[in-house]
Design a binder for this molecule. Structure first.
Ligand code: 8OZ
Length: 358
C-alpha cells in the first residue's frame, strides 16, 4: 500500500523523495565565537538525510541577529565554507537541505550582541522571556526600536545571508517569520507599537516581512524560498489580537509569489494544536508543510486527506536519525534525552541508533 507521506513531491522547485521533513531544531553546538558549524554538524545532518527535506536549525543573518549561545550564522565567508561541508554530505546521501534564515530581534541579550549593545526590535518593549547565554538562562534585554534607515540595513542583511546560503550549496532557504522573533515582532500587534509606516495597519506591520521577501527573492528563484509562520503561537512572549485578520492578507499576498512552501506552526509552538490554522491553510494555494506535535497517525491522516503536503517533525528527529524509514516501517522510535537538546557535544546529538538492516 502506498501512502502520500512516503511518496515524492515537488515543493516548488525542490524535488523531495518523501514528505517527511526534518523541522528546524536549535541545538547550540556551533562555535560560539565564530558562528561556524563543524564536523559534528556534518555528521548530524548526514545521518538525517533520509528526510525528504531538512530545514536546518535557525541561523542568524548577521551578528545582531543572534539571540542564544552557540547558534550558527550564515553571513561570514568562514560560516559559508563550514556549511558547504554539511550540504555536500547531505547531497551525497541523496537528501535535500534548506537553511532557515533568522533574526531574533528582541529575543537576545546584551552579552550576545556586538559591542554589548541593546538588541533591536520593532519596539522598545522587552519580551519578558528568557534566553540562554554562557551564564545559563537569563532574562532577555530591553531592546531599542529600529529606525527606518536601520530597517533597510537589516533587509540588506537578509539579502546578504540569502547569497551566502546559495554559495554554501543549499537547495533553498526558509525565512523564519515565526515564534516571536524579529519578523513577528513587526507582524503581531502585541509587540509592534510603531506609529511610522511599519506600524498600525496590517499592511504596515507586514511591510518589513515583504521587504525581506523581496530581498531574498532578488537572490533565489521563488520555488526555492519557503516561509515559516506561527499565527496562533504565543512563543517568546508575543500575541496578536486577531490572527486570522492579520494573516489572511499576508497569506493571500504570499500566494502570488510562487514560493516553495508555507511552513505553518499549527497552534502553540511545541504545544497545543489550537487556533484556526486550517482556515488559514485553506487560503494557501502552494505546497503546505504542517508542523507541531505530529505523530505517525496524524501525519498519515493529514497527508492522506490532502490537509498537508509535507509534515515537519521536530523532536522525533533528535533521537531518530532515520525517522522517515521508521515511520515507513511503523518501527518503534527511540526516546530522546532532553538534557542534551541544547548545547553539548556528540552525546545526544550524533549517537542515536538507526534501525538494523535498513
Ligand atoms: C528553541 C530554543 C531556541 C530557539 C524557535 C529558533 O523557536 C527557535 C528556538 C527554539 O524558532
Amino acid at each position: 500500500m502506498t501512502e502520500p507521506l512516503f511518496d515524492p513531491f515537488s515543493a516548488g522547485d525542490i524535488e523531495v523523495a518523501n514528505r517527511v521533513v526534518m523541522a528546524p531544531l536549535t541545538r547550540n553546538r556551533a562555535d560560539d565565537r565564530t558562528g561556524e558549524v563543524g564536523d559534528l554538524h556534518v555528521e548530524y545532518y548526514r545521518q538525517r538525510a533520509g528526510a525528504g527535506l531538512i530545514v536546518t536549525e535557525a541561523s542568524q543573518i548577521s551578528p545582531q541577529g543572534k539571540g542564544y549561545i552557540a547558534t550558527p550564522g550564515i553571513h561570514s565567508d568562514a560560516q559559508v565554507a563550514a556549511w558547504r561541508k554539511v550540504t555536500d554530505a547531505v547531497h551525497a546521501e541523496g537528501g535535500k537541505i534548506v537553511i532557515q534564515l533568522w533574526h531574533v530581534g528582541r529575543i537576545s541579550h546584551v552579552d550576545l550582541q556586538p559591542g554589548g549593545a541593546a538588541p533591536v526590535s520593532s519596539t522598545a518593549q522587552p519580551a519578558g522571556v528568557k534566553t540562554f547565554t554562557s551564564e545559563g538562562f537569563v532574562e532577555t534585554s530591553t531592546p531599542r526600536a529600529l529606525t527606518e534607515a536601520e530597517i533597510a540595513d537589516v533587509v540588506a542583511d537578509y539579502a546578504h545571508a540569502a547569497r551566502s546560503a546559495k554559495e554554501a550549496g543549499f537547495d533553498g532557504i526558509e525565512v523564519h517569520a515565526a515564534n516571536g522573533y524579529l519578523i513577528e515582532q513587526f507582524l503581531k500587534d502585541g509587540a509592534n507599537d510603531r506609529s511610522d509606516s511599519y506600524g498600525g495597519s496590517v499592511e504596515n506591520r507586514a511591510r518589513f516581512l515583504f521587504e525581506v521577501m523581496d530581498a531574498v527573492l532578488g537572490v533565489w528563484e521563488p520555488g526555492r524560498v519557503g516561509i515559516r509562520l506561527s499565527p496562533f503561537s504565543p512563543a517568546n512572549g508575543i500575541s496578536d489580537s486577531d490572527p486570522v485578520a492579520t494573516y489572511t492578507p499576508i497569506i493571500e499576498r504570499l500566494n502570488g509569489m510562487g514560493l516553495s512552501y508555507l511552513h505553518m506552526v499549527e497552534g502553540e509552538t511545541g504545544g497545543a494544536r489550537t487556533g484556526a490554522f486550517d482556515d488559514l491553510r485553506k487560503l494557501w494555494t502552494g505546497a503546505y508543510m504542517g508542523n507541531n506535535g505530529y505523530d505517525r497517525d496524524l501525519a498519515l491522516e493529514r497527508a492522506g486527506s490532502g490537509a498537508v503536503d509535507l509534515v515537519a517533525f521536530g523532536r522525533p528527529f533528535i533521537a531518530n536519525p532515520d525517522l522517515a524509514e521508521r515511520l515507513r516501517r511503523d518501527a518503534p522510535l527511540n526516546e530522546g534525552d532532553k538534557s542534551t537538546w541544547y548545547g553539548g557535544g556528540a552525546e545526544g546529538y550524533t549517537d542515536y541508533p538507526v534501525l538494523e538492516n535498513a
